[in-house]
Write a protein that binds this ligand. Structure first.
Ligand code: IFM
Length: 455
């Protein structure tokens, strides 16, 4: 049997893993796979624009219509049509032994026009939540996941501070309507990524570039987070509210090089530390003003999205690349070229814990690949890292695999297959992949796969 130490440090072929090793604890002298904490949330995460279909009132819809912006000129279109197929999808969740589901409520659907709300959409979300409740699936709701209403953009978008009240209207409404059915709220999904892709690199709407725009957008996203936290806690103090931060690890390409180390520090500061510090202390990134009211301590938990690490050097375009020199090209995430680095999940969890001492939910983690065996390996290897951190006493309360269905991966279109369930692009027929079956087994047993005694 593979020893525990090796098991924790290595990358494993999942078939070997399933057959010969697991994270074992000894009970009455019998080796048992270690359990995840009791009450652990097993789920998948999605976002409205990526799965619902027909989101024609948001800025992404407009953005996609211009040729050349999305890989293969894909458009979100019907996406996975979860808007009308949610009953079918939630039955799939039950089949997959999921006890939770992370999804986003679409601001532009609730308010398709400025000041005008759509009552049918409000009702739709009630039914959606009822359908989850009926199946005993805990909703984890995200309020902002990369999209904004088109009318907001015409008023200057999220980079304009004067537009903050519109977001507050949306959150007030959602808090009033749904607080009885929702406990877990994610305010903003990946504020730094939304700001970097839309306002620094210009590859997401509104296509702006530069550090100044990045900081403006990021500060406003943090203000939006702070206001949402305040509204939800005022509505019901039992609400549990947290930001979703993705941790992009930045390492020097050459650890002996002072410049590489410095670049890694700057990128980490700009993409990670400034935001985490903001939420801890209330201070907005590079702001001359002191604190922003309601920002300090505005998280009951941390949602951690973790995918990959980057190697930093001035010789790379943009000063970093997202895989090592000897990465196996067949194992990189489609379109995004991320290389799996499971240990980075453990490091990111540790970092959040040391900074905040708050419960942590892994709100996203996954890989875009057509090689489903590789996805199984990826899954298991990352779950091992969660167990390692849990063993050190860090309260990790749930894991949401990204994602349920193969869906619209923003600028990468439909080529990147992140789902544990296939969604046929023509018929939208769903089919559980092997990785889905493996995940269902893990969720059911609340532990990694059993050792096969025949080996
Ligand atoms: O699909 C995205 C998601 O919307 C935000 N986090 C990263 C995922 C994979 O790129």
């Amino acid at each position: 049997m593979v020893s525990l130490d090796i098991c924790l440090s290595g990358i494993y072929d999942v078939n070997k893993f399933i057959n010969t090793s697991s994270v074992f604890s000894s009970m009455n002298g019998v080796q048992q796979p270690e359990k995840f904490p009791s009450g652990f949330f097993w789920g998948t995460a999605v976002s409205a624009h990526q799965v619902d279909g027909g989101n024609m009132y948001n800025n992404w819809w407009e953005w996609e219509q211009v040729e050349g912006r999305i890989d293969q000129n894909d458009r979100s279109g019907d996406a996975c049509d979860q808007w009308s197929r949610y009953e079918e999808d939630f039955s799939l969740l039950s089949q997959l032994n999921q006890n939770s589901y992370r999804f986003s409520m679409e601001w532009s659907r609730i308010f398709p026009k400025k000041g005008e709300l759509d009552k049918l959409v409000i009702e739709h979300y009630h039914q959606f939540l009822d359908a989850l409740k009926k199946r005993k699936i805990e909703p984890f709701v995200t309020l902002h996941h990369f999209t904004e209403p088109q009318w907001l953009n015409r008023l200057g978008g999220i980079e304009r501070r004067q537009n903050l009240p519109y977001f507050k209207d949306f959150v007030n409404l959602v808090a009033r309507e749904y607080s009885e059915d929702i406990i877990y709220w994610n305010t903003i999904n990946e504020p730094n990524i939304r700001a970097a892709l839309g306002f620094f690199l210009g590859v997401h709407p509104p296509g702006k570039t530069g550090v100044y725009n990045y900081l403006k957008a990021l500060r406003n996203l943090l203000r939006m987070h702070a206001e949402a936290y305040y509204i939800l806690k005022t509505e019901n103090s039992q609400n549990l509210v947290g930001v979703v931060k993705n941790i992009n690890l930045f390492e020097p390409y050459n650890s002996q090089s002072r410049i590489d180390r410095m670049i890694a520090w700057v990128l980490d500061e700009g993409m990670n530390s400034n935001t985490l510090r903001g939420i801890r202390t209330g201070k907005l990134p590079l702001s001359v003003v002191r604190e922003y009211k309601n920002l300090q301590g505005s998280s009951d938990f941390l949602g951690l999205n973790y995918y990959n690490r980057n190697f930093c050097s001035r010789k790379f375009e943009g000063f970093f690349k997202n895989h090592s020199d000897d990465a196996d090209p067949t194992k990189l995430c489609t379109g995004l070229n991320w290389e799996a680095y499971p240990e980075g999940l453990y490091l990111s969890i540790k970092r959040l814990w040391e900074d905040f001492k708050l419960p942590i939910y892994i709100t996203e983690n996954g890989i875009g690949t057509t090689d489903d065996n590789w996805r199984k390996e990826f899954l298991v290897n990352h779950l091992i890292q969660i167990q390692k951190a849990s063993r050190e006493g860090i309260p990790i309360k749930g894991y949401f695999h990204w994602t349920l269905l193969d869906n619209f991966e923003w600028a990468e279109g439909y080529a990147s297959k992140f789902g544990i369930v296939e969604c046929d692009r023509k018929t939208l027929k769903r089919k559980i992949k092997e990785s889905g079956h493996l995940y269902a087994q893990i969720a059911k047993e609340n532990q990694l796969p059993m050792k096969n005694n025949d080996e």
